[in-house]
Design a protein around this ligand. Structure first.
Ligand code: RIB
Length: 282
């Protein structure tokens, strides 16, 4: 059921269209909207609030049927403006700030905890969190999960590294900093806030002759397809990427229906262990 005057398009606004995580989310969205005879328009905010706001303004002018969005750190007023015009908005990969909105998210505190517990069980006591972007709530959650797991074990140390971006380049930057630390303080393992960072860490470690996982273990996050295909297959916290997109799109299409109730599903991540974190250290 389309709103009167709206076009047969739904927009997905993502933080980084170069991140395969969002390609998989888009795949899930497209499956659902296509089955409803609608088209998906992809917009990329580059994690910049002003670019996001400009996209949302354009989408309002285009009279899109609805907007699915992984927002930048702040929820911009343009999102409320869209809703005020009657355009349904569903958050993807972000928890809703209140009950009056649909959102599909993952329990990223649990995800961070699973990754850290795995490394602690394998005997690591100096662990790095390669966090990248502290402003994004879904990254802060991962950090909180890692931190709480590490704090529960005595004589452990958590080093937090925040490279400029959540990308392969950001991972290389963080790894170079780890390598530059004195041996007595150098972490022996890292939980990375996403797989792009993890791939960058792996690349830089290998470039410096550091053996992964024997000398440095790595756990990524998202479990994009490239994680398993890496030179050293990456352990990673798997998020239901397509499912997040599908569920969010279903919620969006349901918004116009009689008796619609806002839903906020939170999916559970699972840890997938591969070679990059296999060795025990005791
Ligand atoms: O957008 C940054 C990260 O948040 C992505 O890698 C994905 O994990 C998302 O949750």
């Amino acid at each position: 059921q389309l709103r009167a005057g709206s076009s047969r398009t739904v927009s997905l606004v993502v933080l980084d269209m170069a991140n395969p995580f969002f390609t998989d989310v888009a795949r899930g969205v497209e499956d659902v909207v296509n089955a409803a005879s609608l088209a998906m328009v992809l917009c990329n905010s580059d994690d910049r609030p002003e670019k996001e706001a400009a996209h949302l303004g354009l989408l309002a002018e285009q009279r899109v049927h609805g907007v699915l969005i992984t927002p930048t750190a702040e929820l911009t007023p343009q999102l409320d403006a869209l809703r005020d015009r009657g355009v349904p908005v569903v958050l993807v990969d972000r928890r809703a700030p209140g009950p009056h909105q649909c959102a599909a998210a993952t329990d990223d505190v649990l995800g961070g905890r699973l990754a850290a517990e795995h490394l602690l069980e394998r005997g690591h006591r100096r662990i790095a969190f390669v966090g990248g972007h502290a402003a994004l709530p879904q990254i802060r959650e991962r950090h909180a999960g890692v931190e709480s797991a590490v704090r529960e074990v005595p004589d452990t140390e958590l080093t937090v590294l925040s490279p400029g971006e959540l990308s392969v380049a950001g991972g290389r930057e963080a790894a170079a900093r780890v390598i530059g630390l004195p041996a007595s303080r150098r972490p022996t393992a890292a939980v990375c806030a996403n797989d792009l960072l993890a791939l960058g860490v792996l690349q830089e470690m290998v470039r410096h002759g550091v053996r992964v996982p024997d000398e440095f273990a790595i756990v990524g996050y998202d479990d994009i397809d490239f994680a398993a295909a890496a030179a050293v297959p990456l352990s990673s916290v798997r998020k239901p990427r397509q499912e997040l997109g599908r569920r969010a799109a279903e919620l969006l299409l349901d918004e116009g229906r009689e008796g619609h109730r806002h839903e906020q599903p939170v999916f559970e991540p699972v840890l997938v262990v591969r070679e990059s974190s296999m060795v025990r250290r005791d």
